[in-house]
Design a protein around this ligand. Structure first.
Ligand SMILES: NC(=O)c1ccc[n+]([C@@H]2O[C@H](COP(=O)([O-])OP(=O)(O)OC[C@H]3O[C@@H](n4cnc5c(N)ncnc54)[C@H](OP(=O)(O)O)[C@@H]3O)[C@@H](O)[C@H]2O)c1
Length: 291
C-alpha cells in the first residue's frame, strides 16, 4: 500500500492509524469531520477521486451508544449513509475500503463467542446503524474489509479506561457492571493489524472479528486497569470496586450481556496473532500516567 486516506482521523482509531502509518513511512492523508463529512456523497466522491489513494480506511463513525437512541437520523446518516458513500466512491475507483463495525450488532444471548456468520440482532439504534453500514458496504463495494471490534480504548478521546482513571482519582468506591462480558481492544492493536493486512495482497474480502484476548467483564477490566495504574505510579483515591449488575446501572441503550468475538477467522486468514489486551493496556496506562 503506497497511499491511503484515513477518514475520521481525529477519533481514537483515526489517530492511531495516522501515527502508525506515518511510522511505516506510508503516504497517509488524514481527513477529519470538518475537512470531509462522510455523509456528503459528492464531497466523498470528489475528494477520493482527487486524492487518488490506493485504499480508504474509514475510522469515522457516530459512536455515542446511548445518545443514538434519541439521535437515530444522525446515527444512520453517519454509520449507514457515510459508509455507503465511501463504498460507492471506492468501487468507482476500484480500490479497497477498510471499515470498522461493532460487537453491538449481536444481542448477547449466545453463551459462547460470536463468529462472523452468527445472526445479527442489534439491541439498540447504534448497533442497528452500524449493521446497516456493513450491509451498505457489502452491497456497493466488492473490495471491502469490515472489522467488527469491541470495547475500544486508547490514550485519546473518550473511553472506559480514561473515565475509570478520572473517577478513581475522585472517588473511594465505584460500582462497575460485572454481568456483561466482552473483549477490550486497543485502538493501537486495531491499527497495527489493519495496516499489516493492507500490506498483503488481499483476496478474502469479507467481515472479520478483530478483538483482543481474553474475555472479561467491565468489572474485571476495571480491576485490571486500576492495578496497572497503581503499578505505574498513578495516585488513586479508590479503595473498592463493587461488582454490580446491568439492572443496577440502567442506560438508555441496552447492551449485550455477551459480546465476546471469536477472532480465529481473521487470525487464520491473514496468518497473524492478535496480542492480549493486558499488554496494550499497559502501554496506554503508561502514556496516560505521563500526561
Ligand atoms: N469506541 C468503541 O468502544 C467501539 C466499539 C466497537 C466498535 N467501534 C467502532 O470502531 C470505529 C472507531 O471508533 P472510535 O472509538 O475511534 O470512534 P471515535 O473516537 O468516536 O471517533 C469517531 C470519529 O468520527 C468522526 N465523525 C463523526 N461523524 C463524522 C462525519 N459525518 N464525517 C466525518 N467524520 C465524522 C468524529 O469526529 P467529531 O468528533 O468531530 O464528530 C470522530 O473523530 C468506529 O467504526 C466504531 O463504530 C468502536
Amino acid at each position: 500500500m503506497k497511499k491511503i486516506i484515513v477518514t475520521g482521523c481525529q477519533g481514537q482509531l483515526g489517530q492511531e492509524l495516522m501515527r502508525q502509518a506515518q511510522a511505516l513511512h506510508w503516504e497517509v492523508i488524514g481527513v477529519n469531520h470538518q475537512s470531509l463529512d462522510i455523509t456528503d456523497a459528492e464531497a466523498v466522491h470528489s475528494t477520493i477521486k482527487q486524492l487518488n489513494p490506493d485504499a480508504v480506511v474509514n475510522a469515522a463513525a457516530y459512536t455515542a451508544v446511548d445518545k443514538a437512541e434519541t439521535e437515530k437520523a444522525l446515527a444512520f446518516a453517519v454509520n449507514r449513509d457515510g459508509p455507503e458513500n465511501l463504498a460507492k466512491a471506492c468501487s468507482d475507483m476500484d480500490i479497497p475500503l477498510l471499515h470498522y463495525s461493532t460487537d453491538y450488532v449481536f444481542d448477547g444471548r449466545k453463551t459462547t463467542a460470536y463468529v462472523e456468520t452468527d445472526s445479527t440482532v442489534p439491541l439498540g439504534v447504534y448497533g442497528e446503524s452500524k449493521l446497516a453500514g456493513e450491509q451498505a458496504i457489502a452491497d456497493n463495494c466488492e473490495k471491502h474489509l469490515i472489522f467488527r471490534t469491541s470495547w475500544v480504548f486508547s490514550a485519546y478521546g473518550n473511553n472506559f479506561v480514561k473515565t475509570m482513571l478520572r473517577l478513581g482519582a475522585e472517588r473511594e468506591v465505584l460500582g462497575i457492571v460485572a454481568d456483561q462480558f466482552g473483549k477490550p481492544t486497543s485502538a493501537a492493536e486495531i491499527a497495527r493489524i489493519s495496516l499489516h493486512i493492507l500490506q498483503q495482497p488481499i483476496q478474502n474480502w469479507a467481515i472479520y472479528h478483530l478483538a483482543q484476548p481474553d474475555p472479561i467483564s467491565w468489572h474485571g477490566f476495571a480491576q485490571a486497569l486500576f492495578q496497572q495504574a497503581r503499578e505505574a505510579g498513578r495516585a488513586l483515591k479508590l479503595k473498592d470496586i463493587h461488582a454490580i449488575t446491568t439492572a443496577d446501572y440502567p442506560t438508555p441503550a441496552k447492551r449485550p450481556a455477551n459480546s465476546v468475538l471469536d477472532c480465529q477467522c481473521l487470525e487464520q486468514t491473514f496468518k497473524l496473532n492478535i496480542r492480549p489486551w493486558r499488554e496494550s493496556l499497559a502501554q496506554v496506562i503508561k502514556e496516560l500516567v505521563k500526561q
